[in-house]
Design a protein around this ligand. Structure first.
Ligand SMILES: [Fe+2]
Length: 332
């Protein structure tokens, strides 16, 4: 089978002889093989290969298959499997667990944790290559589906590029929102929502006429109503794509205020999802600290003090604002 690039396999195996044999057999079949000899090394290699924002379909940096010995020093194969299958960046990476004969209990646990296939030692190489081929085929099919996500990201950046004053806004907002999420110890799904929501939150502006979007003066009531449609349009554009489902609440609710005076739904208090509350604060901060046609960029202290006043008025989440202020202005 022809692949768009060489498939990359990570073999995590503490027995050096087994690891070397696997590398030789798989290498001879055209696969790029990387080896890890213990649990920590395995997690380190996976983490650097799947850093936030990169994926195999775009730049070939990730792995296409993990062959994982169930018994590994430091961090066991089962723990690694759980980590891989619960992290949104790696959950689509196929994992083949290598077990010895008679390890039925471990096998059941591995199936439960989302393992894709098993190999039993000693290896049957014909069986090994057949399984590897079928899982890699599946991984490449998933990558091509996932590139729909990249198309949407490109669209968001194209919209941003139309306006010289918002250059880099989505990247900055995305990165700051993820940092706030980490401070608040939110889970991997929320981190994914914040990263993607940061890039996509204003994608609905594609449905707003340029004359309204780039009007230098104050908007009249009708024009403001048109601007207010962008969260709903954005949520509908992205709503059909499974891989960016987590970001929909961020896109739809990033202009909501906790006192119910925001848009599009006028949600109040706890009804505003935490990811959208984070995005609202970060989005306003980035707008205030960026140059606009009608005013220069504000210093961060001034922007934070405006956000504080607005938080006292009941618009923003105070706890999130405290964490955010500590990130952007740690000396204060
Ligand atoms: Fe917006």
């Amino acid at each position: 089978m022809k692949y768009p690039r060489s498939p990359r396999i990570l073999v995590a195996e503490d027995e050096k002889d087994s690891a070397d044999i696997l590398k030789e057999i798989l290498g001879a079949s055209g696969y790029e093989v990387d080896l890890a000899y213990d649990g920590e090394e395995t997690l380190g290699k996976i983490s650097s290969a799947f850093s936030t924002g990169s994926d195999t379909s775009e730049n070939g940096s990730g792995y296409d298959l993990l062959i994982l010995d169930i018994f590994m020093p430091h961090v066991s194969g089962s723990e690694i499997l759980k980590k891989v299958k619960t992290d949104t960046r790696t959950r689509l990476l196929p994992v083949v667990m290598v077990t010895g004969l008679g390890e039925e209990k471990d096998k059941l646990e591995a199936i439960d944790a989302g393992c894709d296939d098993f190999l039993t030692k000693p290896f049957n190489f014909a069986e090994l290559l057949t399984r590897v081929r079928s899982l890699i085929k599946m991984k490449f099919a998933l990558d091509s589906l996932d590139s729909a996500e990249n198309v949407i990201f490109s669209l968001a950046r194209a919209i941003e590029a139309k306006d010289a004053y918002t250059q880099g806004h989505t990247e900055r907002v995305s990165q700051m929102a993820v940092l706030v999420g980490e401070r608040l110890k939110l889970g991997p799904e929320d981190a994914d929502a914040l990263f993607k929501g940061g890039i996509l939150h204003d994608i609905g502006k594609i449905g707003v006429p340029d004359g309204v979007l780039n009007k230098p003066g104050k908007l009249d009531a009708d024009e403001f109503k048109i601007i207010q449609t962008h969260p709903d349009i954005g949520a509908r554009i992205c709503g059909k794509l499974n891989s960016i489902k987590t970001a929909i609440p961020v896109i739809r609710y990033h202009h909501e205020k906790l006192d119910g005076t925001g848009y599009p739904d006028g949600l109040r208090g706890a009804a505003v999802p935490v990811t959208a509350r984070i995005m609202a604060i970060v989005d306003v901060y980035d707008a205030l600290t960026s140059t606009r046609p009608y005013r220069p960029a504000m210093p961060k202290e001034r922007a934070l003090s405006i956000l504080n006043e607005e938080s006292d008025r009941g618009w923003w989440d105070k706890e999130i604002l405290i964490e955010f202020a500590d990130i952007v202005n740690p000396m204060a």
